[in-house]
Ligand binder design. Structure first.
Ligand code: HEC
Length: 374
């Protein structure tokens, strides 16, 4: 085992901090400067050059509409989370002839963050701090109750720092270490202090037995999540002779390494492995993979259709009703909740994950060396 794995706490990440008295803001000076230019051209005619808004912003005008409010911290903007602000700018007023235009196709996500940075730079320390506390509170609430996805500052921070991280919402799991909880980021784990303020990356090892609790937890969680997928919706290639184990593969036929992986199936079967496929359209629900997977899964004999496609790249003709309707969508949702970032993605019977294409012989040797302490 890698020695670095024995170091439980690798880096301390401070989600939000008030080091040196001043609150650390989420944006950089560059973002403020960039935002200032954009604001001048796109927003200032209504919200004012310094985001001061119309003086009578509290009163509706002749048409019964509210004038542009200040965004400099004096009005309601500070009651919205970062994501709500982004949304307001993207979507604009929902009212048909409302005055706040939609910037969906006019500003990129980076631009929108920059304009927000600009007007937030007008917020006093006290206003910013209370905004941040509000966000942190919602972040900590979120740590205590599991409910539908909620974005919060911590998530935003993580996204910024852990490049494109997908933070899985829900209740962070308890760990054997008092006060330390575990949260899933992409398909990895992050450890959090009870208040959600400090985060640690790395693996938690039980030195008394030498087991990597992080990997074991992940495997158990994966195994549990896999049970949500109906076995009727999988395409199954049974083991030859007595079944030794099962291997689940998330596949997207539009990915060449997935097709390569399929070619390993006969060898796996001959070694006593039952291989079952779950469709995972890695580009989402309107990409090429989605269409392909649907026509395969919906065909009369999907196992045959899948094999034919791998060999000849010919998709089946669809006739009649789809017996596995919804299988691809369900596979996509499951894959996302597992934090899959690419295909193929393999899961052993004990829940252990293998990313990417592997030769049958490598998969077999992994199967033959179970996790320590599991
Ligand atoms: C044509 C005028 C106009 C322009 C241009 C405009 N806004 Fe607005 N904006 C409004 C009005 C009016 C409202 C309030 C009424 C509403 O929500 O419909 C508003 C509301 C908002 C809010 C919600 C504030 C709150 O207190 O809830 C935000 C945030 C916002 N604008 C940001 C921007 C940004 C950023 C830009 C430039 C990219 C921009 N607006 C450009 C008119 C405008």
């Amino acid at each position: 085992m890698n020695i670095s794995k024995f170091i439980f706490v690798a880096i301390i990440l401070i989600i939000t901090s008030s080091v040196f008295g001043q609150t650390v803001r989420w944006y950089s000076d560059d973002q403020v400067n960039q935002g200032q230019q954009l604001f001048k051209h796109k927003c200032a005619k209504c919200h004012g050059v310094n985001a001061e808004g119309e003086p009578d912003w509290r009163e509706t005008d002749d048409k019964g509409e509210y004038p542009p409010p200040p965004l400099n911290g004096q009005a309601y903007a500070r009651q919205h989370t970062l994501d709500q602000l982004r949304q307001q700018i993207q979507v604009g007023s929902n009212i048909v002839d409302g005055e706040m235009p939609s910037f969906k196709n006019k500003l990129s996500a980076t631009d929108i963050d920059a304009v927000i940075a600009f007007f937030q730079s007008k917020w006093t320390e006290a206003i910013y701090k209370s905004w941040q506390t509000r966000q942190l509170l919602s972040a900590t609430n979120h740590l205590k109750v599991s409910e539908e996805p909620k974005q919060h500052l911590g998530t935003y921070w993580l996204k910024q720092h852990l490049s494109g991280a997908k933070v899985t919402p829900g209740e962070p799991m308890k760990t054997p270490v008092k006060g330390i909880r575990e949260v899933k980021v992409n398909d990895d784990y992050l450890y959090l202090s009870e208040d959600g303020r400090y985060a640690f990356t790395g693996h938690m090892i039980d030195l008394s037995v030498g087991s990597d609790l992080t990997v074991i937890n992940q495997a158990l969680e994966t195994k549990k999540l896999l049970q949500r997928y109906s076995s009727k919706d999988m395409l199954v290639y049974p083991a030859q002779g007595k079944e030794k184990t099962q291997l689940t593969i998330f596949t997207d036929t539009s990915c060449s390494y997935c097709r390569k992986m399929h070619k390993e199936v006969p060898q796996l079967q001959s070694e006593g492995v039952t291989v079952q496929f779950i469709p995972y359209p890695r580009r989402g629900l309107n990409g090429k993979g989605y269409a392909e997977l649907n026509s395969i899964w919906c065909s009369e004999d999907p196992e045959q259709a899948l094999s034919t496609y791998i060999e000849e790249m010919v998709l089946p003709d669809i006739t009649g009703t789809c017996k596995k309707a919804g299988a691809v969508d369900a596979g996509y949702l499951l894959g996302n909740s597992l934090g899959i970032s690419g295909t193929p993605f393999l899961v052993l019977q004990n829940g252990e994950r293998i990313k990417g294409y592997k030769k049958a012989s490598n998969v077999i040797s992994k199967i033959n060396t179970p996790l320590e302490g599991m």
